[in-house]
Each structure stands twice: as C-alpha cells, then as structure tokens.
Ligand binder design. Structure first.
Ligand code: PEP
Ligand code: MG
Length: 313
C-alpha cells in the first residue's frame, strides 16, 4: 500500500549487492527541480511545460533563464534536458500545427523541427548558454524519434552547439527495434514508457477504457524495453527509463533486469523505488525480468516478477 514505511532515499540508488542504478527526477521547471534536489540528477526535464501557456516563442534569453533555474538546483550533477515535445497531448500555442486526422501519429516531438529547424536551433542555443553559465553536466535528448537518421541529425545539431551528451528518447516501437543503429549515433537513450506503450499497443495513453492495454507490464512493452537494454549494453552506453513505469516500485527491479542503467521518476516515488531496488540483487532483477517479459499478460507479468523478487536468492 502507499503507506508502507520505507527508509528515505539516501542519494544513491543501488541493488542489495551494490550495483549502482542512478535514480533521477522528472521535472518541468525550476520550482519543481528545487523540490527534487535529493535525486541524483534529472532524467527528464520536460521543457515544453515551461512554455505551455505562451502565445509567442520565448526568447533565447527567457529560455536560458528558465533552463538555468533547473541546472542551478543540481550543481555539477547530471541533468537531461528534453527538447520541445510539441503536439498531440502537448499542444503549444506558439508552434501551431496543421489540422491532422491523427495528431498522435502526426507532426509532433522532434518531427516539428523539420518545418521549424529555427525553433530547435534557438532552444539548443539557450540550453548551451544555460549549461555554460551554470557549469552544468547537461545532456540533451529529442522526443519522438523513429529512425537512426533522425538521431544522427539531432546529435549533429547538438554537437554544433557544443553540447557533448546528445541522446534520444526511445518511445516508438521503430526506435526500439533499431536501437543498435540509433545507439551508434548518440551518447545515450532514454525510454519513454508512456508513449512506447501507446504505440506498441496501438492504444491511446489517455484512454481510461484502454488502460489495461497501455500498462507498462504488457509483455510486448517489456520485450521492446529489453531490446533497448541489450543494445545499450552492447554499445556500452546508458539506457534510462523516464516514463511513469520507472516510478512503480514493483516494476523498477524488472526494468533494471531488462537493462536500464538509470530510472527517472516523479520525485515522490524516489523512496519507494530506492527501497525496492535495495532489497534485491542484480541477479534477481535479471531473473524477474525474464519471468515478467515471458509472461502471457500484464497481470501474469506482475505475479511472475513478484514471485522471483520475493524469493531469497
Ligand atoms: C513518455 O512518453 O514516457 C515520456 C516520458 O514522455 P511524455 O510522458 O512527456 O510524453
Ligand atoms: Mg513521450
């Protein structure tokens, strides 16, 4: 239950046998970042939320100021900034989209940079300026990537701005299936389980009646995550999970077993996730992942994962 007492997160995520799993926070602005400062860093800074109510694109100076607030809350620590994820469930007034029959399958996320490369350029300038001003360890990633070519173009744009850690989100099945090729182009990836489940299961993430389909415990979703974890290990590059799945303390060890090297979550989930990881060995995580991914459905996956994790290794 939500009221089980757990020891507070001590600032370093690890399994019972001492494997470090970075536990990071999802934030959407400076105030939230200040509240999240006990996390090891930020695994997902959703920049579009800073600008949701704006009718004109914020200037580079305004953007720089907003990004500096988040970097300032995590001095010297790792902060992953996501470039604008406009469209579909996150419409932005200053980036008007054409009317589309299927906005979730339309021009959204990184795809908006095709028509408006200038908006991405200004955002990358602002991120670079903010990182420089704060001496931040800034990592930058693009949302809604479907091909290795998009990953290559985004990484080139980041490097042109002197941003040295360029990554992409894995939130389409295409990106998960091509994780090897994508990882060859970037320094890290981060799995967005909210959209990955939506697109894998062809079920709207905002639909209540379809919630069982968009459950991250769906074996199809777990198997896609495993593809990315295996590709990340082969490439020797970090694989984060930053969707809501990372804040489920029962799922966190399974994600680690599937190959996640960091988990980024709502700050209130840090204690429970840290406690869940600290109670199990890495070997148990791997066994739980195999059991859950091999299950016949989400309920069976939960039961299989829990059975492995509650057994003493
Ligand atoms: C996701 O899709 O899982 C994700 C982290 O991004 P968002 O929820 O902002 O789409
Ligand atoms: Mg997403």
């Amino acid at each position: 239950s939500a009221h089980v007492d757990v020891a507070p997160f001590d600032g370093t995520g690890r399994t019972s046998d001492g494997h470090h799993i970075e536990l990071l926070a999802n934030v959407s602005g400076g105030a939230e970042a200040a509240d999240a400062a006990r996390a090891e860093g930020v695994g997902l800074f959703r920049t579009e939320l800073v600008f949701l109510d704006r009718h004109e694109e914020p200037s580079v100076a305004e953007q720089t100021a907003a990004y500096r607030q988040v970097f300032a809350a995590f001095p010297g620590r790792h902060v992953v900034v996501r470039t604008l994820d406009a469209g579909s469930d996150k419409p932005l007034a200053f980036l008007p989209a054409a009317r589309e029959q299927n906005p979730a399958l339309g021009v959204r996320g990184y795809r908006t940079a095709r028509a408006r490369p200038d908006v991405l350029e200004r955002q990358l300038s602002a991120i670079a300026a903010a990182a420089q001003a704060e001496g931040a360890d800034a990592w930058v990633m693009a949302p809604m990537i479907a091909t290795a070519a998009e990953a290559r173009d985004f990484a080139a744009a980041c490097r042109a701005h002197g941003l040295r850690q360029a990554g992409v989100m894995i939130e389409t099945p295409a990106a998960a299936l091509c994780a090897d090729e994508i990882l060859a182009e970037v320094d890290f990836v981060s799995i967005g389980t909210n959209d990955l489940a939506q697109y894998a299961m062809a079920a709207d993430r905002q639909s209540g009646p379809l919630a069982e389909l968009t459950d991250a415990w769906q074996p199809a979703v777990l198997r896609l995550i495993r593809l990315v974890g295996v590709a990340g290990a082969a490439a020797g590059k970090p694989v984060g999970v930053c969707g809501e799945a990372a804040s489920d303390p029962a799922l966190a060890p399974v994600l680690v077993g599937l190959g996640a090297t960091s988990l980024s979550m709502a700050p209130r989930a840090l204690d429970a996730v840290a406690a869940a990881l600290g109670a199990v060995s890495r070997e148990q995580c791997v066994a739980a992942a195999a059991a859950a991914a091999g299950a016949s459905g989400p309920r069976e996956a939960r039961a299989a994962g829990a059975a492995v994790l509650s057994s003493t290794a």
